[in-house]
Design a protein around this ligand. Structure first.
Ligand code: NAD
Length: 478
């Protein structure tokens, strides 16, 4: 199919293009220009999408898993074929630079290829001559996917690939801030998937809320903020929908005194600022041992000065703008609060006049532990450096949060680092590296960072119900 990536954004409902009388504007966050309008789905259109997914379910779920796996692998091929356009469009709508776009689109291809190799084994609990007890996994029905604006393509694929391999059909809603790549993906897949298997609808938060309340949807797989996650959990109780919630984080990084300061400073910079820190698992609180605090802080600032913030479509840009005005205003407010509190900025803090939602890399020197920059998830390039001298104290401070998404520990003595990692309340703890994800490694939050798992067979199984079949063999008739 020949597709113009940069215009004509339509929804995909029952394998067909769908427009809507109402529309939403999509902006380029680097220029604040309107780049496209997309449909704002009506309630009736959501009904059509859910009905189409329900109609497609019996045939799709009855196919051998190998066929579904092959189609998910094909989704990866389609993204690969159009990788260049996806990367350009992703930069345009999300703001990220070329390296970030390559990581996200390349990762989406790998996820399709790898999730396509997964299937859930049947567990045989008992097998004798006269009795068999086995538990198999069966699909749920229609899955509703709801995604955020920081990694719109990859996080959609994290849902689409396992949901379809497991035998479900789907209605997926991208964030109203970043709908373009997802709508194009739906358009390209009209020729690949049977009608109704993957429906893509665009709209605002109301559309998401209609999905979570709808009795025709059996599960919601959501990535976004903890505040929205709570609302979704409540709304899903109506028909006891299954939920997977991947929510916010306030990840600590603990830096022990025996690290190589220069090397670690560079790694920590990217740990904190990748994707302009619009990253659920960004290192958001840097706890640095007092013996190396000054040296590491200086090295971080020096390295930060070499990094270029700008329009992601310009060559040489390392970090793009904040994706939307709402988040930009939140960050302005957070910076104003830090200033009013008399906190010391080692770098950044001043937002320049002009077009685009640009926030400079901002590093704050040892603010109070209860200040907003420490307690809140900034979701932007504002990083507090915090001093510690006692391991017990730093573990307590790292865990003193309602979040529990991920964490990292940095130290040459890996046994010491591991002893700390073992006591961190988070779904993933990296030691001397960070942000390594895999389709075959479980990812999910503890505490209020989420419920459930994405990736690996644990993640795949969340798109299924367990079904136990007990068979007693009757004796042959006399
Ligand atoms: P958000 O919660 O505002 O929105 C996410 C999605 O939910 C959007 O599609 C939105 O339209 C929809 N939505 C909003 N209100 C809804 C409602 N009442 N019912 C149903 N759907 C609704 O989040 P965001 O601002 O787009 O994303 C940023 C947040 O996402 C951060 O907190 C970040 O940490 C988190 N995040 C988590 C992960 C993870 O894997 N844990 C990954 C990326 C982002």
């Amino acid at each position: 199919m020949s597709t113009d990536f940069f215009s004509d954004y339509t929804m995909t409902i029952d394998g067909k293009s769908a427009t809507s009388p109402d529309s939403i504007e999509a902006f380029n966050p680097a220029t604040e220009e309107v780049i496209a309008t997309v449909p704002d789905a009506s309630r009736d259109q959501l009904e059509e999408a859910i009905s189409a997914a329900r109609r497609a379910f019996p045939e799709w779920s009855a196919r051998p898993v190998e066929e579904r796996q092959a189609m998910v692998a094909k989704i990866g091929d389609v993204i690969q074929e159009h990788a260049e356009d996806f990367m350009r469009l992703l930069t345009l709508e999300q703001g990220k630079g070329r390296a970030g776009a390559e990581w996200e689109i390349g990762g989406s291809v790998i996820w399709c290829q790898e999730i396509a190799k997964q299937s859930l084994p049947v567990h045989v609990a008992e097998k004798t001559d006269d009795r068999t007890v086995e538990t198999r996994r069966v699909p749920l029905g229609v899955v509703g996917g709801i995604t955020p604006w920081n990694f719109p393509v990859l996080l959609a694929i994290w849902k689409i690939a396992p949901a379809l391999v497991a035998g479900n059909t789907m209605v997926l809603k991208p964030s109203p801030y970043t709908p373009l790549c997802t709508l194009k993906l739906g358009e390209l897949l009209r020729d690949v998937l049977p009608a109704g298997v993957l429906n893509i609808v665009s709209g605002g938060n109301d559309l998401g809320a209609w999905m979570t309340a709808h009795p025709g949807i059996n599960k919601i797989s959501f990535t976004g903020s903890t505040a929205t996650g709570r609302k979704i959990m409540e709304s899903c109780s109506g028909n006891l929908k299954r939920i997977t919630l991947e929510l916010g984080g306030n990840d600590p990084a603990i830096v022990l005194p025996d690290v190589n300061v220069e090397e670690t400073a560079k790694e920590l910079f990217w740990a904190a600022f990748q994707n302009s820190a619009q990253f659920c698992v960004a290192a958001k609180r840097l706890y640095i041992h007092e013996d190396i605090y000054d040296e590491l802080a200086a090295a971080l600032v020096e390295y930060a000065k070499t990094v270029k913030v700008g329009d992601g479509s310009q060559q040489g840009t390392d970090l793009g703008p904040i994706q939307n005005r709402m988040q930009f205003e939140k960050l302005k407010n957070l910076l104003a609060d830090a200033k009013a509190d008399g906190q010391r900025f080692l770098l950044g803090g001043e937002i320049a006049e002009g077009k685009g939602f640009f926030v400079p890399v901002t590093i704050i020197d040892n603010p109070p532990e209860d200040s907003r920059v420490v307690v809140e998830e900034a979701f932007g390039p504002v990083l507090p450096l915090l001093k510690f001298n006692d391991v017990e104290d730093v573990i307590a401070r790292a865990n003193n949060t309602d979040y529990g998404l991920a964490a990292s520990v940095w130290g040459r003595d890996t046994a010491k680092a591991r002893a700390i990692a073992d006591r961190i309340e988070a779904g993933t703890v990296w030691i001397n590296e960070i942000h390594s994800f895999s389709p075959h490694v479980a990812f999910g939050g503890h505490k209020q960072s989420g419920i459930g798992i994405e990736n690996a067979l644990d993640g795949l199984s969340e798109y299924t119900n367990a079904q136990t079949i007990v068979t007693r063999q009757l004796q042959p008739a006399e």
